[in-house]
Design a protein around this ligand. Structure first.
Ligand code: 5RP
Length: 218
């Protein structure tokens, strides 16, 4: 196991410990989320959860974690998820795994958001290590891409399949000087943009696995 995976596992255990018996939760997508879900399954408490991707649905079935939907339970107690980057104000960039639309819907449905990361994901400013994932409606995606390129030059389609929603995932480099709230509004005003990976002002509890152990931010 490499150092980052060991850090995620340690953080995942601490995150899973925040879940209480009978809670209805969100099941995030990616390695950080998986570390928390595996630890949660080992606890053996009774929870139900809404998965944020097909991959997570499959994982939960393997782990024996009960599934539900937002139709059955539109409000969740908590969500366990990961992130690609977290800045000093705990604003987050997500969507590296292409599940950002469902992850954001689930994050907004939850009273508490618990994010599992390794310390390399802590950045001084969002966009430091990767571009911003954005999901587009497949219809007319090339036209939508051109419009995004007017505000985020260099945006490009990601290699790989469509998202679980049948959307096209693109990634856009972020400028150094970034007003995340203004960018959120600008992207959301472009027809054909389903959502983007800026998860802002969500006051997450960030569980960080590091060389000196696990610390909790927020
Ligand atoms: C998926 C996500 C993931 O939470 C994010 O990409 C982090 O993944 P990992 O924990 O595997 O590094 O947003 O859409």
């Amino acid at each position: 196991m490499d150092a980052a995976e060991a850090q995620r596992r340690a953080a995942g255990e601490k995150a899973a410990a925040l879940v209480e018996d009978q809670m209805v939760i969100g099941y995030g997508t990616g390695r950080g989320a998986a570390a928390a879900l595996e630890a949660l399954a080992h606890r053996g408490i009774r929870v139900r959860g809404v998965p944020t991707s097909q991959k997570t649905t499959d994982l939960c079935r393997r782990l024996g974690l009960a599934l539900t939907t937002l139709e059955e339970t539109p409000q969740l107690d908590l969500v366990l998820d990961g992130a690609d980057e977290v800045d000093t104000a705990r604003q987050m960039l997500k969507g590296g795994g292409g599940a950002l639309v469902r992850e954001k819907i689930v994050a907004l449905a939850a009273r508490r958001r618990v994010i599992v990361i390794e310390e390399a994901k802590l950045v001084p400013a969002l966009g430091a290590t990767r571009g911003l994932p954005i999901e587009l409606v497949a219809f007319g995606w090339k036209s939508t891409l051109l419009r995004i390129g007017e505000i985020l030059p260099g945006v490009a389609r990601r290699e790989g399949p469509l998202s679980d929603n049948g959307g096209v995932i693109v990634d856009a480099p972020l400028p150094r000087e970034l007003d995340v709230r203004a960018l959120d509004r600008a992207l959301k005003s472009i027809a054909g943009v389903v959502d983007h990976g800026l998860f802002i002002d969500l006051s997450p509890t960030v569980v960080v696995g590091g060389t000196a152990g696990v610390r909790i931010l927020g």
